[in-house]
Design a protein around this ligand. Structure first.
Ligand SMILES: Cc1cc2nc3c(=O)[nH]c(=O)nc-3n(C[C@H](O)[C@H](O)[C@H](O)COP(=O)(O)O)c2cc1C
Length: 182
């Protein structure tokens, strides 16, 4: 059994990035268990709060889920050409006192609106953050879904057949990379 944890960087109910993770979980082969975590309940990082009360339970729970997984997939939306604050904030908490990402295999995917570069700018900034957390990020293939308004339904489910095919191939590569650890 291979365990994969998907983490979505969007808090939106109908998030297309969460939809990408749901699609991956649906496609996963029988020997793979893929769960999805979101970042609801993680407060803004403040060193004074950390000194007073330590890590919040929400951060400790996410930390434990990351440690328990064989591989992590992070769906990274793009806000203002970079990583959304909620995702960056979560990594700041997780980086404290020993990163759960240390030597962990991490794949990054993302979906964005319009004809833009499908979260590429955000993903490349996020790779840099993950470097600080000692994660091992998969170099490629990459997933940059653009025109998400045409490829997902109103609930954020991935409906575009070509994108689903591409994602299935990406998942195959990701699982091979996690399971064989070259
Ligand atoms: C504050 C804000 C900034 C955004 N900036 C960008 C951007 O720089 N590039 C981009 O491709 N999309 C941008 N978008 C559009 C998001 O990519 C789009 O809303 C996407 O659906 C968000 O992901 P989600 O569906 O998972 O919530 C922005 C959206 C918001 C709310």
């Amino acid at each position: 059994m291979t365990t994969i944890l998907g983490i979505t960087g969007s808090l939106r109910r109908a998030s297309t990035n969460t939809g990408l993770l749901r699609a991956l979980a649906e496609m996963a082969p029988a020997h793979v268990k893929m769960d999805i975590a979101d970042l609801h309940g993680i407060p803004m990082f403040n060193e004074d709060d950390e000194a007073a009360t330590g890590k919040p339970e929400s951060v400790k729970a996410l930390d434990a889920r990351i440690r328990a997984a064989d591989g992590i997939v992070i769906a990274c939306p793009e806000y203002n050409f970079s990583v959304p604050g909620v995702l960056k904030n979560a990594t700041d908490w997780l980086s404290r006192g020993g990163s759960p990402f240390r030597w962990k295999r991490v794949g990054i995917v993302g979906a964005g609106g319009g004809q833009f570069v499908g979260t590429a700018r955000a993903q490349y900034h996020f790779r840099q953050n993950l470097q600080a957390l000692q994660a091992i990020t998969m170099p490629r293939p990459e997933v940059f879904v653009n025109h998400n308004e045409e490829k997902f339904d109103a609930q954020g489910n991935l409906t575009d057949a070509e994108t689903r095919r591409y994602l299935a191939k990406w998942l195959e590569s990701f699982l091979e990379w996690v399971e064989t650890r070259p």
